[in-house]
Each structure stands twice: as C-alpha cells, then as structure tokens.
Design a protein around this ligand. Sequence first.
Ligand SMILES: NC(=O)c1ccc[n+]([C@@H]2O[C@H](COP(=O)([O-])OP(=O)(O)OC[C@H]3O[C@@H](n4cnc5c(N)ncnc54)[C@H](O)[C@@H]3O)[C@@H](O)[C@H]2O)c1
Length: 312
Amino acid sequence: MKILFTGGAGFIGSNVVDALIGIGHEIVVVDNLSSGFRGNLNPNAKFYHLSICDKELSTIFERERPEVVHHHAAQIDVRKSADDPIADAEDNILGSLNLLTSCVRFGVKRVIYASTGGAIYGDVQYPPADENHPVNPISQYGISKHTVEHYLYLYSALYGLDYVVLRYANVYGPRQNPSGEAGVVAIFATQMLTGQQPTIFGPGDKTRDYVHVADVTEANILALERGTNTILNIGTGVETSDQEIFDTLAEVLGYQGPPVYAPLRKGEVYRISLGCDKAREELGWSPKLSLKEGIARTAEYYRALAQRSPAK
Ligand SMILES: NC(=O)c1ccc[n+]([C@@H]2O[C@H](COP(=O)([O-])OP(=O)(O)OC[C@H]3O[C@@H](n4cnc5c(N)ncnc54)[C@H](O)[C@@H]3O)[C@@H](O)[C@H]2O)c1
C-alpha cells in the first residue's frame, strides 16, 4: 500500500514507519521537524519537509496519490497549548483540516488518526475509561486533538472517507524525546543515567496508563485493514503511579538515590487508565508487553544512548 504518513520523524511515527516499511508498504513522510528528528527518518521512506498547514500539501497528494493516510503530526506539548492555544489549534485543528481536505480531494480511502485517550477524558469518572466515557478535556491540547475526531466523523458521512481513531494512553519506548515536558519514562531514565535526580510532581500516587510503542505500532498495522469508522482506546487498562515508574526504572538501571517531590502542576489529570475491549473486538489487538518488560527494553535503549553521548 502507498501510505502518506504525517509526523513520521517523531517518536511514535518513526517506530510505526519502520514497521510498515518492514512489511513492504511504500511510505511518504510529511514532517516539519518541529519536534521530530531527521535521524529518526527511515532511509527507505520518501521525505517531504513540510508543515501539514502548508497549502503545498495538496501538490504532494496530487503527485503521490496515497491510498491511506496515517496522521501522527501534531503539536504535542500540553503546556505550550496553554501558553499559545492559537498556535496549538493552528497545527492540530487547521493543519488536520488542510490534510483531510486533500484526503477527500485526492480519493484517499482511509485515515488512521493518532488521538489521545490520556488528554480527552479529563479526570476519569470510572477507571478504566472506555470510549463511551464523557469527553471533558482539561487542556487546550486535548480539545484540539479531539476536534479532529468530529471532522473525521463528518467527512466519513459526507464524503465516504473511512477512518480509524486510535486514542493512545501514555506511550513510552525508544526514541521518545527526554527533553519534552511529558514522557516520564524517557525523562526519568535519562536523568538516572546522567546522574540527575528525577522530580516527581505530587506525592507519587498520580497514575497513568502506560503502553509500549511496539504495542501501539501493532495497533496501527492492524488498523490498515480492520475497523471501520470507529474510535478505539489503545492502552492497557492498568493504572501505574509515578512512584512505580520511578521504582521500576531505578531497579532496572541500578539507580540508588531518592526522587525530589515537587508540588503538583496545574491542569494535570490525576488518575487515568483506558479500557481497551473495543480494540480487542474490532482490531484483534491487545497489548503484549508487560510494564516491567517494556521498561527494561526502554531502559536499555537509553543506556545505549547515554553511552554514545555521555553527559559533559
Ligand atoms: N506520546 C504519547 O504518549 C501520545 C499519547 C497520545 C497521543 N499521542 C499522539 O501521537 C502523535 C505522535 O506523538 P509523539 O509522542 O510521537 O510526538 P512527536 O513530537 O515525537 O511527534 C510528532 C511529529 O509531528 C511533527 N509535526 C508537528 N507539527 C507538525 C506540522 N504542523 N506539520 C508537520 N509535522 C509536524 C513533529 O516534527 C514530530 O516529528 C501525536 O499526534 C500525539 O498527539 C501521543
């Protein structure tokens, strides 16, 4: 299949692109490298250094004629979305609309959209939250990501554009940027490996649902063929506290010190996990990696990275 992949230089996108190329798909990446890296790009993918907001995007569709679009490009920083909600909406809403307009115009059959389960349900009323849980984002980022789901529903009804929305939990694994504001596994691992003391915001009992990028990649591959006009949570259904992440990484990496406990940050969800029965039924997907194994693999990646570029 010929697939146009937005955000293919980013953490999740580049992992999915590698897997898609590995099973023989032809990939065209569109990425503006705002948070992604050229080094993440698969050398067998065709690359366009462009924003999804750019009007030029339609000429790429005209030239490439993709059958499927995987849409991972986004402004992903919750704090930036609060500081500059207009820029966040420009990338995440207007950029997505620009993309979907080309999808309709150039006869794309299916769109797979990387949405968020972690940022749209708000503080969950019942964990694990399934897809029928009320949507009450408590960040501008959550609103901008959710808005695109409405356009997908509409464009499927109006123009017959098929879609699968994957609402990810907290994804972790190789290539996650440790200097981002989220991504606690990457941040803690890098800090432990470079002799810095990790900071836990709050007393350590805040929970998230952590899903490894290899499992997320598998869901993306299955969504190429399965699931029709549907929204699916992609997580584990398990709540893991900040303290458990810290302790597991400390054990794997042999880190001895305690964390710093700082005050909670505003606008953060306190508890969350995602129910994923629907993805099991519709995609035949379920997460395979336990947290312990996923963290051990991820820690190995950051250890190798730290050895290649030791802290100065
Ligand atoms: N990491 C998570 O835990 C998580 C959870 C839920 C949803 N998601 C979603 O998954 C997707 C990928 O996230 P990630 O963690 O890999 O982030 P990332 O920042 O590593 O990847 C995003 C990519 O999109 C590119 N990009 C950003 N704005 C763009 C634009 N206007 N035009 C073209 N390219 C642009 C960036 O350069 C980057 O390569 C995002 O849509 C994000 O909202 C991620």
